[in-house]
Design a protein around this ligand. Structure first.
Ligand SMILES: [Zn+2]
Length: 405
């Protein structure tokens, strides 16, 4: 059994709303959290967090992988590794729709299932740069049968997405049948909401469509990039109380404030999930999830603990993942981070409240240090972490690509 004791933690944010611990420790055994606030007589490794903040790795609930780390939407490669350096340790595909040449007007049940199965068994099988990428999301189209859902389920597919579906068919009950078949198999259904996307081929989905189909997650409710009208946003939040509402980096900032105000007034911030909705027209944003948390906490008035919960435990739970929460028995996917020199914040939560990007020192996935002492994608925190003992085999050494900003 391999043990890692993380000590001298200034602040531990669990990823569950309201839970924050001061001056504590965290014990990791074989990649899982074995104890919080405990000691160990002879751990294999000791990591001093230097008084910095420990929180769960970020869970990006809305990404568009294509093949591995290749992002044809922005003609780039290596994006997943860069997102790891920005603190993202889990991500969920909202559809592999950037495959060059894919004709959104000619999608058939066989084609969408083939793409999802291929993605599940390629990008979704290995961990690009160590990130847990849940790829292989079926783009729902008319004409699917229960057998298609059975096949998807047999292949391990867990997520389905309405984006190119023809909403002129809303009255025939097919879309609602899809949601029922998905739920029978423990799958989650996300719906593209709002105006058309960069593809130009997605269908407008406002209050009438969302309320009729009742997806599990209303995708980018505040814009991806065009949100539904304000009155539709208000109605969706009140008429479909079972649905999680997702805010993405592709957002309309004003509409995001409306969403947060509505959820706050209803005491339902627990429904909020976060994603970047990238790679795509919004770009490749390694620090996108951190910036989402900053925006919620500094501009929208969300308590930073709740904003972290939205970016971690809530998004994981909404998508059926076991990550995003620091608790005994859970995977040790976590970040050590804190204020960058020059910030007047005292800890990472104060950074979020002020809107200052925190600096990441360490990223662990299943207890393995994929980033040991400083991220390549953020400035370093003003305090340093220190390691004692043998580095774990998967450790990366010093950063090799540090640029400005
Ligand atoms: Zn999207």
């Amino acid at each position: 059994m391999t043990t890692l004791l993380v000590e001298d933690i200034g602040l531990l944010v669990s990823g569950d709303a309201s839970e924050v611990l001061h001056d504590t420790t965290l014990l990791i055994e074989d990649g899982r959290i074995a104890g919080i606030g405990v000691d160990h007589p002879a751990p294999d490794n000791v990591l001093s967090a230097g008084g910095l903040t420990v929180m769960p790795g970020l869970v990006d609930g809305h990404v568009h992988p294509t093949f591995g780390e290749w992002a044809p939407a922005q003609n780039s490669i290596g994006w997943i590794g860069n997102y790891l350096q920005g603190g993202t340790t889990s991500m969920v595909s909202a559809g592999e729709l950037h495959i060059p040449g894919l004709d959104f007007g000619a999608l058939t049940p066989e084609l969408v299932l083939s793409i999802a199965v291929t993605s599940k068994h390629t990008t979704g099988r290995y961990r690009p740069s160590g990130v847990k990428v849940n790829a292989g999301t079926v783009l729902l189209v008319p004409g699917m049968t229960e057998e298609h859902f059975d096949r998807a389920h047999r292949e391990g597919i867990e997520h389905l997405k309405f984006i190119f579906y023809d909403w002129n068919r809303l009255g025939d009950g097919e879309a609602q049948q899809y949601v029922e078949w998905a739920h029978d198999r423990g799958m989650t259904v996300k719906m593209h909401s709002g105006g058309v996307s960069r593809s130009g081929s997605s269908r407008v989905a406002g209050r009438d469509v969302v309320a009729a189909v009742r997806p599990d997650i209303v995708g980018h409710i505040s814009g991806g990039p065009i949100p539904p009208p304000d009155e539709d946003i208000v109605a969706i939040i009140s008429d479909v109380p079972s649905a999680h509402v997702e805010v993405c980096s592709s957002m309309n900032y004003r509409a995001t404030k409306l969403v947060v105000d509505q959820l706050t007034a209803r005491g339902e911030l627990g429904r909020l999930t976060l994603g970047t909705d990238t790679p795509g027209g919004t770009g490749v944003i390694p620090r996108g999830m951190l910036r989402n948390v900053c925006f919620l906490a500094s501009i929208c008035g969300v308590d930073p603990v709740d904003a972290v919960a939205a970016a971690t435990g809530q998004t994981a739970r909404a998508h059926g993942l076991d990550t995003g929460v620091l608790a005994v028995g859970r995977p040790a996917d976590l970040l050590i981070l804190g204020p960058v020199t020059g910030s007047r914040a005292g800890d990472a939560l104060e950074c979020f409240a002020l809107g200052d990007l925190p600096g990441i020192a360490t990223v662990l996935v299943d207890g393995a240090p994929l980033v040991r002492t400083r991220s390549e994608q953020t400035p370093p925190p003003s305090r340093a972490v220190t390691w004692r003992g043998e580095p774990a085999p998967s450790a990366r050494s010093t950063p090799h690509r540090v640029g400005c900003c």
